[in-house]
Design a protein around this ligand. Sequence first.
Ligand code: LLP
Length: 400
Amino acid sequence: MSRITDTDLAQRFGTPTYVYDADLIRTRCHRLKAAFAGSPVDLLYAVKANDNPHVLDIIRREGLGFDTVSFEEALLGIRVGQDPSRIWYTENNMTDEEMTEALDAGVYLNIGSYTRLEAFCRSGHAQRTCSIRVNPAIGDGHHAKVDTGNRDSKFGIRLDLIPAAVELAAAHGVRITGLHLHIGSGIQHPSNLIAAMDRLLETAARIPTLERINFGGGFPIPYREGEAEFALEAFAEQARSRFAQPGITYFFEPGRWIVAPAGHLLTRVNTVKDQGRVTFLGTDTGFNHLLRPALYEAYHAVENASRPAETPTTVYTIAGNICETGDILAEDRRLPETALGDLLRIRDTGAYGMTMASHYNRRPLPAEVLLEEGAPRLIRPRASAESVVESLLTETGYPA
Ligand code: LLP
C-alpha cells in the first residue's frame, strides 16, 4: 500500500496533529528485544513518553512491561491490559492513599525515599515486597533538568543509606526484592550508565533478598541532522557481562528511544513576518503542544512538507501561537521559501510531545493519528473550541 502523505493527513485530519508510525514502534521494540536476547533481561516501556492507549497497546503486545510514575499511569497500564505484576510504579512523593491503591492493584512498588519506605513498612499492607530506588551519584541527560542520578537531584535514596533501608525493611518483615536507578533522560555518555550500573551491582551483591535489578531508561536518539545514533547493540554487549547474579532478572525501561522517532507534529504556517533581523513563520501550534524547545532548548528538525523538492534557501524562526515571547519551536532554520498555508513537519516528537501538552491559552490539544502499514487511524480527535470551553465550565462547576 502506498503511504499516505503528510499533505493528505493534514487535509483529512487538520492541524496541529501528532502522527505516529505503528510499524516503526514495533520495529524498535523488536530491535530492543533482539539486543538483549539470551540475557536474563526484561524490558519495560516508560509510559510517560507517550501514553496514548493505542500506543500502549502496541507496546504491550510486543511483550514489554510498563514503567509508571504515578498511580494514574499505573491504572492506565492495567486498563490497557498489562499484567499488574509487570507494572513498576516508581513513586515521586507518593501519598499514603496512592500507596494503598497501588498495592491493592497489584503493581510493583519502587520506593524512592526513606520516609516513604518507613510508611510502607508501617502500613501493615499484605503486600510485603518492594523495590527501592537508589541515587547512584552519577547522572547524565540531554539537559540539567533531566539529569536524575546526580547526588543533588531529588531522586532515589542515598547510597550510604541503603544498608539502613534494607535493615529497616527486614525489621518489619518487608523483603526488598528490587533495586533501581535511573540516571537521566537522553544520556550523552553511555559510559556513565555503565558506571552507575556497576555501582548498583556492588550494592546489590549485599542484599540477599533481591530478585530484580532495574537500570532505568535514558537511551538517547539523534535529534540533529548528522548526530550519531545510540549504539544500542554495542551497549547491550557491554552490559551483558554484568547480568551474572543467579536468580536475578535485570530491567531497562526506555521511553524516548522507542517512540520519539516514530512521531512527528504537523502544523500549518498561518503567518509570515519579517521583523527586520528575524523572519518568523507563525504556526497553529506552540509550546502548549510541544514544550521541549521552550523548557530544555531542545532541538527538533523542521521540514516544509509542502515543498519536499525545493531547495532550502531561507532562514526562518518558527514561532508558536501562544501569547509568550518564549514560544519558539525552532530557531534559525534553513527551509525552502515558505508561504502562508504551507505544512511543517516537526520531527522526532513521538516522545514527551503529547504527554507534556496542556490547554494553556485555553487551546485544544492536537489530534493524534496512528499509521498502520501506512493507513491512518484517528486515535484522538481535536476538540472544538466550544467543547474546550464547555469542558472547563463543567469541570469548574460554573452555572449553566
Ligand atoms: N525511568 C524513569 C524512572 C524515568 O524517570 C524516566 C524518565 C524513564 C525511565 C524514561 O526515560 P527515557 O528513556 O525516555 O529517557 N520530558 C523530558 C524527559 C523526562 C524524562 C523523565 N524520566 C524530555 O522531553 O526530554
